[in-house]
Write a protein that binds this ligand. Structure first.
Ligand SMILES: NC(=O)c1ccc[n+]([C@@H]2O[C@H](COP(=O)([O-])OP(=O)(O)OC[C@H]3O[C@@H](n4cnc5c(N)ncnc54)[C@H](OP(=O)(O)O)[C@@H]3O)[C@@H](O)[C@H]2O)c1
Length: 263
């Protein structure tokens, strides 16, 4: 017997934890999951931004809460998982989105910058998945994990000088496939979004330097991402509509990666 399409995409009664949910792509994803009916629990470092994000979501009728934490610290990852589980009960959907970058030529790249980027962009994803997987998803034989990679993890990126970022996002891509292989038997899907260029605090400098026209020309669709473009893909991975999809990397990039114009 088939299920009505509205029900397949309905997240009523589900709980979602979104790291880096205070702004940018994380907030866009939180909004999508919340509007589809999920309760959302946000985390990021700055309490003020989290408070603003919560008010933004609540104004749309979404049940939103937050805790401030630095995801690059393993003890903080565990604390966020404990708080989320205590305050929401269980976590059905984990969105590993928090990420950062650092620019320097590879030959002079500081070790501290390498560690900072790696500890947030890939180690925290491993640790948070382990926490939520072990404590909430595996015992219930159900879960959806969505990792935010990047098209910078699908190929090299010319002369952008972000060796740690490109390396970390490549790691997110194969972490996603590897965990999908291991946790499929527990009823957990693990997929990744690979966004192209979206305006955000992280990309503000690049956008100002290169300009929206040049960035748009690199894409077959001749545009960069906007405040809605990740929502559909995120909801597909998060909902029953995506229950037969795991280990996949979906580029949401206006077609940039399809024609290898580079990121
Ligand atoms: N924008 C793009 O074009 C693009 C393209 C491809 C992939 N992505 C990926 O999308 C994700 C979100 O990026 P964005 O563009 O939305 O950037 P953003 O606006 O800078 O947002 C980053 C989010 O992560 C949080 N965060 C940063 N460091 C953290 C830490 N140590 N611990 C906990 N939270 C931390 C930030 O809040 P606090 O600063 O308060 O901690 C914020 O909520 C990243 O993984 C990024 O690599 C972005």
């Amino acid at each position: 017997m088939s299920t009505p399409i509205q029900k397949l995409f309905d997240l009523s009664g589900q709980n979602a934890l979104v790291t880096g949910g205070s702004r940018g792509l994380g907030l866009q994803i939180a909004e999508a999951l919340g509007e589809a009916g999920a309760k959302v629990f946000l985390t990021a470092r700055k309490a003020g931004d989290l408070e603003e994000a919560m008010a933004h979501l609540q104004a749309k009728g979404i049940d939103a809460r937050w805790v401030a934490a630095d995801m690059s610290q393993p003890s903080e990852v565990e604390r966020v998982a404990s708080e989320a589980l205590q305050r929401l009960g269980d976590i059905d959907i984990l969105v590993n989105n928090a990420g950062a970058t650092w620019g320097a030529p590879a030959e002079d790249y500081p070790l501290e910058a390498w560690d900072k980027v790696m500890n947030l962009n890939i180690r925290s994803i491993f640790l948070m998945s382990q926490q939520i997987g072990k404590r909430s998803m595996i015992p219930r034989k159900h879960g959806r994990i969505i990792n935010v990679a990047s098209i910078a993890g699908l190929s090299g990126s010319g002369d952008v000088e972000f060796i740690a970022y490109g390396t970390s996002k490549g790691a997110v891509v194969n972490f996603t496939r590897t965990l999908a292989g291991e946790w499929g038997e527990h009823g957990i899907t693990v997929n990744a979004l690979a966004p192209g260029f979206f305006p955000s605090k992280m990309t503000k400098g690049t956008l100002e330097r290169i300009g929206v026209d040049t960035l748009s020309r690199a894409a077959p669709l001749r545009r960069i991402g906007d405040d809605d473009d990740l929502k559909g893909a995120a909801l597909l991975f998060a909902s029953a509509a995506g229950k037969h999809i795991t280990g996949q990397i979906l580029a949401v990039d206006g077609g940039v990666s399809a024609v290898h114009h580079g990121a």
